[in-house]
Design a protein around this ligand. Structure first.
Ligand SMILES: C[S@@+](CC[C@H](N)C(=O)[O-])C[C@H]1O[C@@H](n2cnc3c(N)ncnc32)[C@H](O)[C@@H]1O
Length: 305
């Protein structure tokens, strides 16, 4: 992964373009437990029905099948190669819309989504509150957003800190950047950021409690997953697991979802709607033309005039 600045006034991006994340991190890498318990948490927190769902920072689409019951699914990522990988795995089903865009400059109109997730992504964001505000801006009142974040207040970090094997305090609310563009967050910081963005946090689950090499080798996968499922509700009162999932409601008076032809907004000037003309979405306000290439709506850079 490389560091990229989409614009001089924007936060840096952890760019996965060309990355082999799927094979390097997931496939055959002993993370079946993490994958299974994250899915279990999502099944508990996502709504039964939704008309338009979005996976922000979907990567290669690992978790998209958790949204199979929804009418329409938007697969968003900054990396075009990640989206191509997702397309190759999921196909060109018309229920899926693939979008290349930056979480700091989302290309969606208000009231576009009634469900969505941000999983294993916020740890790459140096301005997490700004991205959460963008996300809230495209959720309809009554919509459900599920956020996963890497929790700095986890049992292992507390033990290491107490034993003086780690310099940063897990009790301090400020995010810790342990590697460039990799952050762990305190639950209180995330709670405040969600509220500041206009979300109402509801249920919180602790996930991956048993993420220890020894335990993962000693116990069969089914037992690990069953135990984690039992422990997950503890994440509300005792948020000490390495990963926390927060279910949030977008409050406000009910409003209809934006129709499909009016869901895009120009990330450059904010104009909405954008009507497709051929292989592009031209913005009538600022003149930017956003390409649609090989099934990917690309809002990273406008076409040259
Ligand atoms: C660790 S992967 C997680 C992928 C997927 N959510 C999962 O759980 O398998 C992080 C993803 O976030 C995306 N990402 C990072 N920064 C982003 C940004 N500013 N805007 C959009 N996507 C971003 C990366 O391209 C990458 O695909």
């Amino acid at each position: 992964m490389t560091e990229r600045n989409a614009a001089p006034d924007q936060p840096a991006i952890c760019d996965y373009e060309g990355s082999t994340y799927r094979v390097d991190f997931w496939e055959g890498k002993g993370r079946d437990y993490e994958d299974a318990v994250e899915r279990a948490a999502l099944r508990r927190l996502l709504p039964r029905h939704a008309r338009r769902y979005v996976d922000f920072g979907a990567g290669f689409g690992r978790l998209i099948n958790e949204a199979a019951r929804y009418d329409h699914v938007v697969v968003l990522d900054y990396s075009r190669t990640m989206l191509q990988d997702a397309q190759a795995r999921l196909g060109r089903d018309p229920r899926y819309t693939y979008v290349a865009a930056d979480l700091y400059r989302l290309p969606f109109a208000p009231n576009t989504f009634d469900a969505g997730i941000l999983c294993r992504v916020i740890h790459h964001l140096e301005d997490a509150p700004a991205a959460l505000r963008q996300i809230r801006g495209c959720f309809a009142p009554g919509g459900t957003f599920v956020l996963e974040f890497a929790n700095k207040l986890n049992l292992k970090a507390i033990a290491r800190y107490v034993l003086r094997r780690q310099t940063w305090s897990p009790f301090d609310h400020a995010p810790v950047e342990f590697v460039r563009l990799n952050f762990d967050f305190h639950p209180a910081y995330i709670h405040d950021a969600l509220r500041g963005a206009g979300f109402a946090p509801r249920r919180r689950l602790g996930v991956s409690w048993l993420r220890l090499g020894l335990l993962k080798r000693a116990l069969p996968l089914g037992v690990l997953v069953a135990l984690d499922r039992l422990l997950q509700p503890l994440g509300s009162a005792a948020p000490l697991a390495p990963s926390l999932f927060v279910q949030c409601l977008a409050p406000g008076a009910a409003a209809p979802l934006a129709p499909a032809e009016a869901m895009f907004r120009c990330p450059q000037c904010g104009h909405t709607p954008l009507a497709r003309q051929g292989d592009a979405l031209p913005c009538p306000a600022c003149g930017a033309r956003w390409p649609v290439r090989d099934g990917i709506h690309d809002f990273k850079e406008p076409l040259a005039p």
